[in-house]
Write a protein that binds this ligand. Structure first.
Ligand code: BTN
Length: 246
C-alpha cells in the first residue's frame, strides 16, 4: 500500500476524535470499500481513510464518482446513531467552502454545487452498527471527461490546499454531529431548491410543487396544489418558467 505524500497523518489526526486513526494512501478502488473492510477488522470511531485517487469511486444509486488525482476522497467510520448523516456531512462541507469565500449551495440530497455545477458528492452507507460517511470533493481536478464537463467543476483557484480543506471538513463534521439541529437548519437555509418550484416524479406520475422543507429522515417536503408529499429519492429539477406554465 503506497502512502500518500499529500496528507500529513499527524495533521489529519488532530481533526479527529481521540483514539481515531487516519490512513492516507495513494490509490484504492473506493475509500468506502476500504472502510467496509476496516469495519470488519474493528477500528475506532472517527477513523478516516483518504486516497489521492480512486479507480472505482461510487456515488448514490449505483453512479460512479470520477476520482482522478487532484480531488479529495475520504471515508469516515462512525459508530451509528439515529442521525441524518448526509445532512450533517453536506452542511459541514458547505460551511467550510463558504468560509473559504466560495458561493456553495446544497443540492438535495447529497451534492454541493457552485455556479450550477457539482463540486462535491456524499455517500453515506450503514454497515451493521457503523456508518461510513464518504465525501468526494473536486478540489483541484484539472480536466473532466466530456460527459461531465457541463455538470461538474473543481473548486476555484485560491482555496486552501487539500490537507487544510480535509482538516477543516473533518473538524466541521465532528462539530455538526454534536449539533444536529443546527446542521439541519443550516442545510435547509442553504438548500438550492428551498422555496423553489420543482418538477418531480411521484409513483410514476409527473408532478410540480414548491419545496417547503426537509423531513426527519432527509426526505424532501414538497407542497403541490392539493397535498404535501415527502420525496425520498429520485430526480427533482428546478421548474423553468416558460410562458407562465410553471
Ligand atoms: C454521489 O455523487 O452520489 C456521491 C459521491 C461520493 C463519492 C465519495 S469519494 C469517497 C467515497 N468513496 C466512494 O467510492 N464514494 C465516496
Amino acid at each position: 500500500m503506497l502512502i500518500s505524500d499529500i496528507y500529513d497523518l499527524e495533521v489529519i489526526k488532530k481533526a479527529l476524535p481521540e483514539g481515531a486513526d487516519a490512513i492516507c494512501i495513494k490509490e484504492t478502488d473506493s475509500t468506502n470499500n476500504m472502510a467496509r473492510e476496516l469495519i470488519s477488522q474493528g477500528v475506532p470511531h472517527g477513523t478516516v481513510i483518504l486516497a489521492d485517487r480512486q479507480t472505482a469511486g461510487r456515488g448514490r444509486r449505483g453512479n460512479c464518482f470520477y476520482s482522478p488525482d487532484g480531488g479529495i476522497y475520504m471515508s469516515v467510520i462512525l459508530n451509528a446513531e439515529n442521525i441524518p448523516y448526509t445532512v450533517c456531512a453536506a452542511s459541514a462541507v458547505c460551511r467550510v467552502l463558504r468560509s473559504f469565500g466560495v458561493d456553495a449551495g446544497i443540492k438535495w440530497v447529497n451534492d454541493i454545487f457552485i455556479d450550477g455545477k457539482k463540486v462535491c458528492g456524499i455517500l453515506c452507507e450503514r454497515i451493521g452498527d457503523h456508518v461510513i460517511v464518504g465525501i468526494g470533493i473536486n478540489h483541484s481536478v484539472e480536466k473532466f471527461p466530456p460527459e461531465l464537463e457541463t455538470v461538474a467543476a473543481s473548486l476555484p483557484i485560491g482555496v486552501p490546499n487539500r490537507e487544510k480543506t480535509v482538516a477543516a471538513v473533518l473538524c466541521e463534521l465532528f462539530n455538526v454531529l454534536d449539533n444536529v439541529d443546527d446542521a439541519k437548519a443550516y442545510y435547509k437555509e442553504n438548500m438550492m431548491l428551498y422555496g423553489k418550484k420543482v418538477n418531480f416524479d411521484l409513483n410514476g406520475a409527473k408532478k410540480q410543487g414548491t419545496v417547503i422543507g426537509l423531513g426527519d429522515n432527509e426526505e424532501l417536503l414538497i407542497k403541490t396544489a392539493n397535498e404535501t408529499v415527502a420525496i425520498t429519492s429520485g430526480m427533482v429539477t428546478l421548474c423553468v418558467q416558460m410562458n407562465n406554465k410553471c
